[in-house]
Design a protein around this ligand. Structure first.
Ligand SMILES: Cc1cc2nc3c(=O)[nH]c(=O)nc-3n(C[C@H](O)[C@H](O)[C@H](O)COP(=O)(O)O)c2cc1C
Length: 164
């Protein structure tokens, strides 16, 4: 058992504590001034059904933060269990789309093929959230496919194990 107050000396422990919360994995894409841009994000969450709103947060220390905060539109892709390589790819590089299966959407946003679900979004608010910006988006269109989700827990990718 470990008990601590989050601060500069317990950064690693705090990250580990946050990592106990298992999540799905998304890739958020947009069209930036220099072309298509993507980022792997597990901070995605649903916000509201009516109007249809979702959120995710971006590290202001990331080179990609400004691009996403300035963009009017984005696509949020919920990854399938087979897409851990794509998740690793967009954790490393935001601008390399060559060799990937994608097309351009109506708002010039890059749309990755093969995701479990895609939310085509318009950004409606950008809030301060400490060292992150919280982006709230209205979902304009949803595309849903059958399949198992990719999961992330304790810094590792995995897949779901249903109890029934
Ligand atoms: C599973 C996973 C989830 C992540 N979630 C987020 C996230 O929600 N927000 C974020 O800003 N970065 C997140 N990252 C980190 C980014 O994908 C990326 O690695 C980081 O922004 C470094 O990018 P930079 O080269 O632009 O600095 C995540 C990485 C992984 C592997």
């Amino acid at each position: 058992m470990t008990s601590f107050k989050p601060g500069p000396d317990t950064r690693r422990l705090f990250r580990d504590a946050l990592g106990t919360f298992g999540t799905g994995v998304t890739i958020v894409t947009t069209r930036g001034p220099d072309g298509p841009c993507g980022i792997t994000a597990n901070s995605f969450a649903s916000v509201s059904l009516d109007p249809p709103l979702v959120l995710w947060s971006v590290d202001v220390g990331s080179d990609r933060a400004r691009i996403f905060c300035d963009a009017t539109h984005s696509a949020i892709h919920v990854l399938g269990a087979h897409q851990s390589d794509t998740a690793r790819h967009f954790a490393k590089s935001g601008h390399r789309f060559e060799g990937l299966d994608w097309s351009e959407g109506e708002t010039n946003v890059p749309l990755l093929h093969g995701a479990l679900c895609r939310f085509d979004c318009e950004t409606v608010a950008v809030h301060d959230g400490g060292d992150h910006k919280i982006l709230v988006s209205k979902v304009l269109h949803t595309t849903l496919a059958p399949g198992e989700p990719l999961l992330f827990h304790g810094g590792r990718f995995g897949r779901i194990h249903h109890h029934d």
